[in-house]
Design a protein around this ligand. Structure first.
Ligand SMILES: [Zn+2]
Length: 430
C-alpha cells in the first residue's frame, strides 16, 4: 500500500520534472529499441517517459530493486537462475581475464547478462583493492549492480557489455610491465571505476543528435563533451549513493571524483587529436616519467582511450560482432533523424553507408594512429598482437568492400573531416 502511494507520487513528480525537460528522449515501451520522440505542434520536442525511464530517474526505485537483489529475492534477470555448470564456466573464464582473446559476449551469456558486475568485482579482488581500501563487499556489489542497471540494455552497442569489454581491456593494459611496476592501488582503483562507468546512461545517440533535439543535457553541458560529462556525473552520483567510499576522507573522495572525470572526459573522441599530439610529443622527447603522478594519469587517460576503441584490435570473430552492433546503433539514429526530418548525421544513413566503409575509415583515421603511438610507448607482445589483429581486420573489411563495390579503396569521407564540428563525436565507438 505504502509502495503504491509512493509510486503514484513518484509518477506525478516525474511527470512534472519531465515537463520541464524539453527535448529529453526516452524509449517507447512498445518498441524497446526505438527512440521515441514526440514532436509538438510548436515544433519543440517534449518528453515521453516510459516506465523504464521512470525507474532510471527514480533512484529510490532503483534502490528497491537493488535491495531485492541483496535480500536474495529472485528476479527474472538474476544470475540465480543459472545452473552450476554455467557459473562454473564463468568462473573458469575469469581465470583467464587477462587474455586479449577473452570473449566478453560468451562471458555475458554465462553470467546471464551480469558480465559488468561479475568481471569488475573479480578485478577489484584480483588487484587487491577490496583489502587495500577496506571496501565493504556488499556496498561494492551494490554499486556495480547500479552501474550495470544504468546502462541501457536496448542500445545495440553502448550497453553494459561494451563497458565490461572496456574494463577487461583496461585490465590488460594495467598489467603491461611499464604500467604495472609504477601504478599505485589508487591508480588501479580509478582506472577500473572509470572504465566500468565511462559510458554510463548512454542514450544510444550522439552529441549532435542531443544538440539538434534540444536535449536538456546539451544545454546543461553547453554542447561540449555532453555525453562524457553526463557519464562522469552519473558515475559520481552512484558512487555517492552507494556509500562505497564513505569511510574515506572528503578530500580523497573529491580527488577521486575529479580524477575519474579526467579519465572519462578523455574518451571524447573529438578531442583525440589533442591527446594524440601530446602523447606523440612526450614519446619524441622521451620525457615520460611514470614516477610522476601527472604523467601516470596522462598514460591512464591514453590507456582508457585505447580500451574504448580497441574493438578493431580484437580477433576477427569478436571485432566483427562489435562492428555490426555499432553500425546498428548508428543506423538506428539515422532512421529516427529521417523520420523526424532532423537531417541524417554522417555514418548514420543505412541507404548510403556500409559496415566495411565505416570500419575502414574508423581504423585508418582513429584506431591506427592511436595504437601506433601506444605501441611506441609499450612495445610488448600485447601491442604487437593488437596491431596484428588491426591489420588483418582491416584487410578483411577491404575484402568485403571489394565484393560489395568492385573498387576497394573507399574510405568514408566523414572520417577525413574529423576536426569539423559537424561530425558526430560519440558514435565513433566512444
Ligand atoms: Zn565507450
Amino acid at each position: 500500500m505504502g509502495i503504491a502511494l509512493i509510486w503514484c507520487l513518484a509518477l506525478i513528480l516525474i511527470k512534472w520534472i519531465t515537463s520541464k525537460r524539453r527535448g529529453a528522449i526516452s524509449y517507447d515501451s512498445s518498441d524497446q529499441t526505438a527512440l521515441y520522440i514526440r514532436m509538438l505542434a510548436n515544433s519543440e520536442i517534449e518528453v515521453s517517459v516510459s516506465a523504464r525511464n521512470v525507474r532510471r530517474l527514480l533512484s529510490f526505485q532503483r534502490y528497491l530493486r537493488s535491495s531485492r537483489f541483496f535480500r536474495g529475492i529472485t528476479v527474472p534477470n538474476s544470475s540465480n537462475i543459472l545452473d552450476d555448470d554455467y557459473n562454473g564456466q564463468a568462473k573458469c573464464m575469469l581465470e583467464k581475464v587477462g587474455n586479449w582473446n577473452f570473449d566478453i559476449f560468451l562471458f555475458d551469456r554465462l553470467t546471464n547478462g551480469n558480465s559488468l558486475v561479475s568481471l569488475t568485482f573479480h578485478l577489484f579482488n584480483l588487484h587487491g583493492l577490496i583489502e587495500h581500501f577496506q571496501l565493504d563487499t556488499m556496498k561494492l556489489r551494490r554499486f556495480l549492480v547500479m552501474v550495470q542497471e544504468d546502462y541501457h540494455s536496448q542500445n545495440p552497442y553502448h550497453n553494459a557489455v561494451h563497458a565490461a569489454d572496456v574494463t577487461q581491456a583496461m585490465h590488460c593494459y594495467l598489467k603491461e610491465p611499464k604500467l604495472s611496476k609504477s601504478l599505485t592501488p589508487w591508480d588501479v582503483l580509478l582506472s577500473l571505476i572509470a572504465a566500468a562507468t565511462h559510458d554510463l546512461d548512454h542514450p544510444g545517440v550522439n552529441q549532435p543528435f542531443l544538440i539538434k533535439t534540444n536535449h536538456y543535457l546539451a544545454t546543461l553541458y553547453k554542447n561540449t563533451s555532453v555525453l562524457e560529462n553526463h557519464h562522469w556525473r552519473s558515475a559520481v552520483g552512484l558512487l555517492r549513493e552507494s556509500g562505497l567510499f564513505a569511510h574515506m576522507s572528503l578530500e580523497n573522495r573529491q580527488l577521486m571524483e575529479s580524477q575519474i572525470g579526467d579519465l572519462i572526459l578523455a574518451t571524447d573522441i573529438s578531442q583525440q587529436n589533442e591527446y594524440l599530439s601530446m602523447f606523440r610529443s612526450h614519446l619524441d622527447r622521451g620525457d615520460l616519467c611514470l614516477e610522476n603522478a601527472n604523467h601516470r594519469h596522462f598514460i591512464l587517460q591514453m590507456a582508457l582511450k585505447c580500451a574504448d576503441i580497441c574493438n578493431p584490435c580484437r580477433t576477427w570473430e569478436l571485432s566483427k560482432q562489435w562492428s555490426e552492433k555499432v553500425t546498428e546503433e548508428f543506423f538506428h539514429q539515422g532512421d529516427i533523424e529521417k523520420k523526424y526530418h532532423l537531417g541524417v548525421s554522417p555514418l548514420c544513413d543505412r541507404q548510403t553507408e556500409t559496415i566495411a566503409n565505416i570500419q575502414i575509415g574508423f581504423m585508418t583515421y582513429l584506431v591506427e594512429p592511436l595504437f601506433g603511438e601506444w605501441a611506441r610507448f609499450s612495445n610488448t607482445r600485447l601491442s604487437q598482437t593488437m596491431l596484428g589483429h588491426l591489420g588483418l581486420n582491416k584487410a578483411s573489411w577491404k575484402g568485403v568492400q571489394r565484393e560489395q563495390s568492385g573498387s576497394g579503396d573507399d574510405v568514408d569521407p566523414a572520417f577525413e573531416e574529423m576536426d569539423s564540428d559537424i561530425l558526430p563525436q560519440e558514435p565513433r565507438l566512444s
